[in-house]
Structures are given as structure tokens and as C-alpha cells.
Write a new protein. Sequence first.
Length: 285
Amino acid sequence: MFQLDDFAQGSLLWCAFALVVALVLIYLLMSGLFAQVVVKTCETKYGPMVIAYKTKTGPYQQAGGLFTESVSLLPKREQVGIYYDDPEAVPANQLRFAVGPILSIGDEVPEKKDLDIMTSHGFKIFHLPKANFVVTASFPFRTTLSIFIAIYRVYPKLRSYIAQRNLCAYPAIEVYLDKEIIFIMPLSRQEEFFVPEFLDEDISVATTDIGSVIGDRETNQKEDDIFLKPRTPVRINPRRVSLEDTPISRDSEGSDGKEESEPDDVSVESSFDDLTEIDDNVRKS
């Protein structure tokens, strides 16, 4: 019987190891390991929206189960996750989030069959507003690993961008498209993004900087690491979309802005008014 000598066996092992490393590297590259992440302030097309959702309190890793359930029910719909708390400031067992499919955007009308499917499986219906402006970034969605790489790479850049400009941007919203993940952090109407289950609780934001709220900074802390827990939002006449008041399509068949630019006008509810001045100060410093 033919046998390889020690040198040949060692060569084969090294070749196998090199092949595995090459495959892993290719997979990481495909997943977006070195994809460019650009954070900017602009308007967004994602709003107003009607979504179906389920909530949970606990580690954000548990959102995966809700996403799996939601996708299995409406696989052709874009999915959204809303994360209300900063995992660096709030204990893991107190983190709050809502997950589900987007049923309509803008003037679109939710389809009755979609509403029936989701509500029959315990999902609730909610109306998300359109923020005047948002801090946003995107990341390629090519593999399951893309999700974890995106979270690891995008959120630090969002946090730094928000802190440098003293913005108040929350909650953190992730929209999952076929080939892209959109990260959105509203600069206005933030309290209207809270689903009814979380309205009466103390709110701690995902990435809110203290710059526009506190005058004195702690000198021994970096700006990028300073975040606040804002007051509990109080919604006047909170709007919760139900099957009775949501326009429904009876058809049973399926039917961005300049990088780091600053718009001229924004609602007084946002912390966006001083963005131009802050940007100038950041560039000079």
C-alpha cells in the first residue's frame, strides 16, 4: 500500500490549513469585514410606517428568535428591530426591544392578509412616525455573519458621530433589506417610536449624548463615552394602530442625503438645530 513520507504528510496538512484560512478570509470579506461605513445625517424614506411587532426584555441576542418567527410568517417583507436601551449602560436583563415586519411605508396601505397572519400569531400593530431627520448608516447584508459584523462596526461609529455633535438620537432602529441593513437613529419625535408596552417605563436611550442637556462635562471622561438616561417620554394621545382604524387593502394577492451634511430646518423637538455650529467646531478642533 502506498504511504506518504513525513514531508509529504506535513505538506498536505499545511495545504489543508492554508485552504481553510483562505476560505474563512473569503467568507469574512463577503460578509463585509472591511466594508466602508459612512455615517450621515439626512431625511429617511422609512416613515411613516405600519409594522407588526412583538416585544421582549432581555439580552439583545434574543431578538434573533423574534426575527426568525417574523420572517417565517412574512418572508417577503422587510423586517425591523427597534432597540430602546444602551447595552453599555443598562443591565442585559433590562434591555427592551421590539421586532417584526414592515407592513407599509408612507402612503402604502397594509394588506389585510398580512395583518391577519401577524395578529393571529400574537403580533400587535403599531404606527411609527417619520422623523424630520435621522442619523443613519448602512451595511451590506450578504451572510448571517454580516449581522454581527455590522453591529460590531456600525454602532461605534454612530456613537462617535452623535457624541461629537452633541446630538440626541434614539432609539436605535435596524431595517433589514434583501442585501442591506439600514441603521436609523431619529433626531426628532423619539417618544413616538416607543410601543405602548414600554411607554410607562423609565427610558434609557440607545446612544444619546449629554452635550445639549448638561452644561458641565466630567473632565476625566471622553465625549464618546458619555451618555444620558433621558426622562420618561409622555405621549399625548398615543396612537396605536388597530385593525379597526388601519386602512386595509382588500386585495388578497401580493401586490439619501449628502454625507455628514446639515439640513437647514428641523423640528424644535430634535437636537439637530445646532448641528452646523457643532460640525464647524469639530472640524476646527
